[in-house]
Design a protein around this ligand. Structure first.
Ligand SMILES: Cc1cc2nc3c(=O)[nH]c(=O)nc-3n(C[C@H](O)[C@H](O)[C@H](O)COP(=O)(O)OP(=O)(O)OC[C@H]3O[C@@H](n4cnc5c(N)ncnc54)[C@H](O)[C@@H]3O)c2cc1C
Length: 452
């Protein structure tokens, strides 16, 4: 490791290494576990990044799939189905999977948390791939080497499916310190894990007053999610006799999806416990005094889950793949075949994609199968095929009795117009039958991603 008294990484001086890996500017904090580039001691750089990850020797083309969410899990499994010779490595830092879909039902006490939790080991073993527990820090598209917190990995193809991050400036919060406070005190609970547990604990402890929720602008993760959550919390307040009110602030003039179904639930079931404020944009938040500022005045709250506008996961920016024209910092990829233009070895899928598809688990799952097919076709020297992903989405609007509504849609591209929905079927009439289908939908998809 020593070259004339200087520390080197894989034969490169530290400065050269940073340059090669593109670490010299943005994203260094992530690479160095929060340390600034200039101040990182060489030993920190030479740690896991400098050694090869502990992996079995690959016997076929290696595909690294970054992110074990709905997209990455599906892609990893279906790559092996498409071509059992692929050596697939799923890179995911979390110790276990916790599902966002159906988490609102768990918040409302309808399902047990066990339904949401799944094992990466089982998914990998059942489907013949390897789970590497770590994070992608950077990769070199020419050399096809990925640097991860678990060591570096050489690959033939890489797929990035890292999901979303939040843009707190969209809530009028420009100071990163205030954004951090806000994220700790009033987490959105639209990313899996601690945020969801925190929201559930808040509800368990809630005694009285206003609970504020909001709908972000733009193409946010899970279109019906904020409306479903408002129903679930209102339903919980009613059932538990809590003297609380849910206030839902929405910049749109009606729910962005399944509007009729949500509006009739708000009116028929929750008139006394739910206020729905349309055309209302949040312009600022004072987390210490518990005040949300809007164009129409202030809302004081006892507790809240504030959902900023989403952007593609920061990783996409850190590795230099952001589309400069994307207001939500999404990836620059071919809209039909998911590869970075001019590079058929690098792909982006799931909620980091730039296409205006619904940022949903069902979309990521059906799209993942298509992406696996595209990579397999190209590896075999064949023409890839495009297919529309499918967005099937149930929302539970009542927990006693359990009643859900649903939508099912695909996408089509029209020259001059861009992307739009096709084959849309919406059921706005809430029913017990749809509530059953709602839970069965989740079970089926967990089986698909984690079972053989
Ligand atoms: C409350 C709620 C309810 C929802 N309900 C539904 C529903 O009913 N139906 C539906 O279809 N969808 C629903 N969704 C949406 C769905 O959860 C998301 O659209 C889906 O998870 C997107 O999949 P993804 O793989 O792109 O991202 P994610 O599932 O978020 O996965 C991204 C993964 O990437 C990992 N990662 C990030 N950075 C790195 C890195 N540098 N290196 C390695 N790994 C990294 C993360 O740890 C994470 O595991 C809901 C979402 C929420 C929050």
């Amino acid at each position: 490791m020593s070259d004339n008294g200087k520390k080197v990484v894989d034969g490169l001086g530290r400065r050269d290494f940073l340059k090669t890996a593109g670490l010299a500017g943005v994203g260094v904090a992530a690479a160095m576990g929060g340390m600034a580039a200039g101040s990182a001691p060489a030993a920190a750089v030479a740690g896991p990044l400098s050694r090869a990850a502990d992996l079995p020797k690959n016997k076929g083309p290696r595909v690294v799939v970054v992110g074990g969410g709905w997209s990455g899990l599906t892609i990893a499994k279906y790559l092996k189905k498409e071509n059992p010779k692929f050596d697939v490595v799923l890179l995911e830092p979390s110790a276990m999977f916790m599902s966002c879909p159906l988490s609102n039902l768990w918040l409302g006490g309808v399902v047990d948390v066990d339904l949401l939790l799944h094992s990466y080991l089982d998914a990998a073993r059942n489907n013949g791939y390897v789970w590497l527990q770590g994070m992608l820090v950077q990769f070199d598209r020419e050399k096809r080497r990925a640097w991860t917190t678990a060591g570096h990995v050489d690959y033939d193809y890489i797929v990035l499916a890292p999901g979303i991050d939040y843009n707190y400036a969209s809530l009028g919060v420009k100071d990163p310190a205030v954004a951090s406070t806000l994220a700790h005190m009033y987490p959105a609970a639209f990313k899996p894990g601690s945020e969801h547990l925190s929201l559930r604990n808040k509800l368990d402890d809630f005694e009285e007053g206003v609970f504020v929720l909001n709908v972000p602008a733009g193409n946010y993760r899970c279109m019906p999610g904020p409306y479903e959550r408002a129903c679930i919390i209102a339903s919980y307040f009613k059932k538990e006799g809590i003297k609380g009110k849910v206030i839902l602030l929405d910049p749109n003039d009606k729910p962005t999806i399944k509007a009729e179904g949500f509006l009739s639930a708000f009116n028929d079931l929750y008139k006394d416990v739910l206020e729905y404020h349309t055309s209302t944009t949040i312009t600022g938040v004072d987390p210490h005094n518990k005040v949300v500022e809007t164009e129409f005045g202030e809302v004081k709250f006892a507790d809240a889950a504030l959902y900023p506008r989403v952007r593609a996961a920061r990783l996409i920016e850190d590795v230099g793949l952001v589309d400069p024209n994307s207001p939500q910092m999404e990836a620059r990829i071919d809209h039909f075949f998911y590869n970075v233009p001019g590079d058929e070895h690098t792909y982006v899928a799931g909620d980091s994609r730039p296409m205006p598809f619904s940022k949903s688990g069902n979309t990521a799952n059906t799209e993942g199968k298509v992406v696996a097919g595209i990579i397999a076709a190209r590896a075999a020297g064949k023409e890839p095929k495009w297919e529309s992903p499918n967005t099937i989405c149930y929302s539970m609007v009542n927990t006693d009795p359990r009643e859900s509504i649903m939508v099912d849609a695909k996408y089509k591209f029209t020259k001059g117009k861009g992307w739009g929905f096709t084959d849309v079927r919406v059921i706005n009439k809430r029913s017990r039958q749809l509530a059953k289908a709602n839970i069965e939908w989740g079970r089926g998809l967990y089986r698909d991603m984690f079972g053989a």
